[in-house]
Design a binder for this molecule. Structure first.
Ligand code: NAI
Ligand code: MG
Length: 490
């Protein structure tokens, strides 16, 4: 008699087969110089540093470190391009160049996404579906404004570009931040000196190749690599008319001091510690997905991450239980695997900072919960982490961790949660989850935060402005608002 087949077990030990994205098509040079006047040139400093893959701790390329004289070369190239070519060019022609950049980015989207994940550690699903398409979308969007500036600023016929923009970007969304900076600057008629972050220079250098291939006039966009000293040399250069910075509040303050009284315009997009607020009448399963997306997206390396969760008391136990179950299913590992939910921490330094703050959280009496998943032996990794038993005064509630660590507090009334949410030095973003439109209006209008998402989180669009209150910075990027820091209106 035939043996009865065993029933299928759907509940234990099921895992996805690896689905790694191929790297065959990726073209990386062994070494990259500085991109000045549409050419990669040796740094006058003579210095190079290594850039690595944080998931494997393997070297990807040598990168030039721009010294003061190199920054000077880049600023002079940008100034000459502004005076001789870009300023006088019909705006519709400038727009065509920006469209061309957008189209070439789309053509090379796959390679850009793979390099972004190799150099920064983020899951390929994110770089493929979010970082790269959004970066191209910013170029498309701002290309459209290039010859319509008089409509962007009605009643201001004197709208005029500023000159040379010095732009310094961080490592969490390397290509996207380059797009946020370069696209509006060019559309408003400025030329650019851009510095990518020291741990993630590669997609900016690929963007340099795209800019060269798009035949932009030499010097319109210059990309100089290096660390903090290179950034400071840009900020302090007398040939720069505007500084755009995204990064830590600490460096933002240094830049603000350095620029005081210089007449240079500036925008600062700094840290955050967003409240993600769940009311008892919210759709709980949807909210749990929103909490996970809010804090674990891009390993929590997100300035607008929903890193402070506030749950209304009647549903607190339920939400926490569902959250624990949900993070047990998150897949942590190879950023190039299409199944991966949480990739590598961007750098050894950042991993050290996350570990330090988690230890402080435990020492201060917080209860720490992590799932049981195993971590790869090489590379920089951190498990998704939940903290309960924390208070408003806990350091992990007040300070930006910039990692996959969520602090959880409860509340009873709308007034209480608004007060708690605002009781923080930051004011970049927030989230509110409720069935009631009236509560959405009340909470979102009273949160001191630049962006508030309702029944969703981390949604971005080039047409919508982004930026902070208080120590989260000043000025707005994106949308029409994102053009005004790049023009004089009278
Ligand atoms: P950072 O602010 O030092 O680096 C950001 C960019 O600024 C990089 O390109 C860096 O080279 C440049 N820079 C550093 N010092 C500079 C100076 N004196 N003048 C001009 N440019 C300078 O950030 P870091 O050290 O990489 O990260 C530390 C913490 O900052 C993170 O743990 C996180 O909390 C926060 N951060 C926040 C970001 C955000 O988007 N809000 C982005 C990156 C970091
Ligand atoms: Mg720093």
């Amino acid at each position: 008699m035939a043996k009865k087949p065993k029933p299928l077990d759907f509940h234990s030990k099921w895992s996805y087969a690896p689905a790694p994205e191929s790297t065959d098509h990726v073209e990386l040079k062994k070494s990259y110089g500085l991109f000045i006047n549409n050419e990669f040139t040796e740094p006058l400093s003579g210095k190079y540093f290594e850039t690595i893959n944080p998931a494997r701790e393997t070297k990807l390329a040598d990168i030039a470190e721009a010294g003061q004289a190199d920054v000077d070369r880049a600023v002079k190239a940008a100034r000459k391009a502004y005076d001789d070519v870009w300023y006088g060019m019909p705006a519709s022609e400038r727009g065509k160049y920006i469209y061309r950049i957008a189209r070439i980015m789309q053509e090379r989207a796959r390679e850009l996404a793979v390099i972004e994940s190799m150099n920064g550690g983020k899951p390929i699903r994110e770089s493929r579906d979010l970082d790269v398409p959004l970066a191209a979308a910013h170029f498309f969007y701002y290309a459209g404004w290039a010859d319509k500036l008089q409509f962007a600023f009605p009643g201001k016929p004197g709208v005029k570009s500023l000159g040379v923009a010095g732009q310094i970007i961080p490592w969490n969304f390397p290509l996207l931040m380059a797009a946020w900076k370069v696209a509006p600057a060019l559309a408003a008629g400025n030329t650019v000196v851009l510095k990518p972050a020291e741990t993630t220079p590669l997609t900016a250098l690929k963007l340099a190749e795209i800019i060269r291939d798009a035949d932009l006039p030499p010097g319109v966009v210059n990309i100089v690599t290096g660390a903090g000293a290179t950034g400071a040399a840009i900020v302090n250069h007398s040939g720069i008319d505007k500084v755009a910075f995204t990064g830590s509040t600490e460096v933002g303050k240094i830049i603000q001091k350095a620029l005081a009284g210089t007449g240079k315009k500036y925008t600062l997009e700094l840290g955050g510690k967003a409240a993600n607020i769940i009311f008892a009448d919210a759709t709980i399963d949807q909210a749990v997905e929103g909490i996970v997306n809010g804090i674990f997206f891009n390993q929590g390396h997100v300035c607008c991450a929903g890193s402070r969760l506030f749950v209304q008391e009647p549903v607190a136990d339920l939400v926490i239980r569902k959250l624990k179950d949900r993070i047990e299913t998150l897949i942590i590992g190879d950023p190039l695997d299409k199944n991966t939910d949480i990739g590598a921490i961007n750098s050894k330094d950042q991993l050290g900072k996350i570990k330090r703050l988690v230890k402080i959280g435990i020492d201060e009496g917080g209860t720490c919960y992590q799932p049981s998943c195993s971590l790869p032996s090489k590379g920089f990794w951190y498990r998704p982490t939940l903290f309960t038993d924390v208070t408003q005064a806990s350091r992990i509630v007040q300070e930006e961790i910039f990692g996959p660590v969520l602090s959880i507090q409860t509340f009873r009334t709308v007034e209480e949660v608004i007060e708690k949410a605002n009781n923080i030095p930051y004011g970049l973003s927030g989230g509110v989850w409720t069935d009631k439109g009236s509560k959405i209006f009340k909470v979102s209008s009273q949160l001191r935060a630049g962006v508030v998402w309702a029944n969703t989180y981390n949604k971005f669009d080039p047409t919508s402005p982004f930026g902070g209150y208080k120590e989260s910075g000043m000025g707005r990027e994106g949308g029409l608002h994102g053009l005004s820091p790049y023009v004089n209106l009278n």
